[in-house]
Design a protein around this ligand. Sequence first.
Ligand code: SAM
Length: 247
Amino acid sequence: VPALYIVATPIGHLDDITLRALQVLRNVDRILAEDTRHSAHLLQHFAIDRPMVSLHEHNEAARVVQIMRWLDAGESLALITDAGTPLISDPGFVVVRALREQGYAVVPVPGVSAVITALCAAGLPSDRFQFIGFLPSKNGPRERVLTEALAYTGTTLCYESPRRMVETLEVLARLAPQRPLVIARELTKQFETFLSGTADELLRRLRDDTDQQRGEMVLLLHGQATETLATEIDVDALLGLLAQYMP
Ligand code: SAM
């Protein structure tokens, strides 16, 4: 059946590509890539030689009809992005929604995503989490997004540009000075680092070692502690309940 395969690629370590991803990429008629030049290196590394066309945020809507024509003609297609899982802070959603609406087959070929990679090794609670994508680049919207995220009781994960990480930590130092944070940097690569601490502690680490301000980063915020929520407990009701067990 002609289908669009959504194929995850590595976020650093090339061995993180899956066997199934390689098999799919070798067999599709065409590969849609966010940046064909960037992906050419990956495909070359795995000796995959399929025709490539670009699919990025600026031409995604315009490509939809063409993609449907290729599928109608019996072609199978793969979508890849520069790194990790397509659609996760990456192009693809417009196409996937349109294909689903029209009844075309969309097949996930799962693999790495920086958000899950960070979560599984950061040491923050992983039972409940929210992913909020890239933080806004402008100060006002970013502070609003962070304020809202800080009220969440599970772990929050976001992508942040290395250029703004210091500024973001300064905002967090003001909004939530005690909150445990983790910066997961250069995941699966040679200089993979997990830095844990409060915003002030992390600011110190980043200023002492400016190498820590470079590379790709996921920022994790510990959830709002439930002790804070405990103040909302009705103390009289609780005492009444405990009184039943008192002699
Ligand atoms: N689709 C990708 C995924 O599944 O994770 C995300 C693409 S988004 C355009 C790129 C951002 O993801 C980076 O700015 C960084 O925040 C995060 N990221 C990607 N690779 C990473 C890595 N190796 N280590 C840490 N963060 C990474």
